[in-house]
Ligand binder design. Sequence first.
Ligand code: FAD
Length: 446
Amino acid sequence: MADVIIVGAGPAGIFAALELVRQKPGLDIVIIEKGKDIYERSRSANEMLIGWGGAGAYSDGKLTISSEVGGQLAGVISEERLMGLLDTVDGMYREYAAPDQVFSVEGDDAAWISAKARLAGMIYLPTRVRHIGTENCYTVLKNMRDDLDGKITIKCKAEAKAILHDGQRVAGVVLDDGATIDAGYVIVAPGRAGSAWMANEAKRLGLDAWPNPVDLGVRVELPAVIFEKLTTLAYETKFIYYSKTFDDKVRTFCMNPYGEVVQESVDDLLTVNGHSWKNKHTENTNFAILVSANFTQPFDDPIGYGKSVASMANMLGKGVIIQRLGDLLKGRRTTDSRLQRCSTRPTLKTAIPGDLSYCIPYRILTDIVEMLECLDHIAPGVHSDHTLLYGIEVKFYSHRIQLDSELCTQMSGLYVIGDGAGITRGLMQASCSGILAAQSIISQCS
Ligand SMILES: Cc1cc2nc3c(=O)[nH]c(=O)nc-3n(C[C@H](O)[C@H](O)[C@H](O)COP(=O)(O)OP(=O)(O)OC[C@H]3O[C@@H](n4cnc5c(N)ncnc54)[C@H](O)[C@@H]3O)c2cc1C
């Protein structure tokens, strides 16, 4: 028996716990996490997204302080409330040892980047970014874990199998070992790793949910010097481009100056991602170019589509494929010997040289190549033969669950938050969603 159960110990679940403990110390809170505790976790592809800290533990730790980036909370609460929450969350990350420095582009610099982007046919999205860095993410999340120790019950290696209810009121959770925990409030924060489970539970419980588009693309890697001017100013520069051929929205995403490309495993699929360390630099910068695949009637399975594209790449490359841009444009595969002659040295050593045009749909590949041409006007050298492309990068967003403005579902007492609710896509907004749900519960308990 507990007052509040939190499923998932990623940033969303952790911030819900922190807020509940701070504002209502007497509550009996249990947090259930299917992966390992932070002290036992490793950076292997299988554990990358699962365990205390969730996907945040080995992330790049870019805290993007913007209502326009990293989620759709701006469509649920007022801009003013969201900005207030972003400030609160940012302050809390700093309390647990996030660094002081914030990258913020303003005045002449912002005008200069905007003008260059417009000339190249793109839109620049200015953001404020605090960069924790991968090695420090572990410390920050461990500090949060240590702070919560003894104040709440933490059950790692325990998986929620079913959400219990009594009519239209949530009643608790059943775990994988058959044990039941009763509670008047349940906050579910399962992240991308729990999105399939969440979609099934929503269906079983009769909660309205609808698919989010899937984002597909490649991870681009090039010498850091090419983007140095921009990354020194802004750390991450976000650009949006509407492609000439298809009028698709194409965007840069998750830029990691002096970082490394990593392999990640999602439901037995090997995909790519990127991150950078705070104090250990490679010679390269990486970022993703993504295209949203949004389908209309009768097709309603964007996740299935994304998985099918990624599995094709896995089938051909036995994992992640790497290709030089020059080879892609000349219509030939990259081979081991061509990769040896590439002046950009890949940071992901396990990627297999191959041909991405066999697995990335024409529409998406065309969008990506067009955007690389535009980026070359801003950062000369992007559209070089020696730019490396890794595929597939895919972002499966969870089904968007019907939520009210406090992130409560149609079932009383049941909250679904973070990336697993399909409403956030990054550390800051996921953390904000935890605070929102906690504040709603606190207001009902007092
Ligand atoms: C390599 C990488 C780099 C990234 N870099 C950045 C970045 O720089 N900036 C940024 O803003 N975002 C970044 N992200 C994204 C960010 O990590 C996520 O948006 C964020 O972690 C989402 O938080 P969450 O709590 O909603 O979900 P998650 O962090 O995914 O946590 C969900 C947790 O729930 C657990 N769980 C799932 N189902 C169950 C169940 N049934 N029972 C019990 N536990 C369950 C999972 O094991 C997991 O630990 C990155 C992600 C990756 C993988």
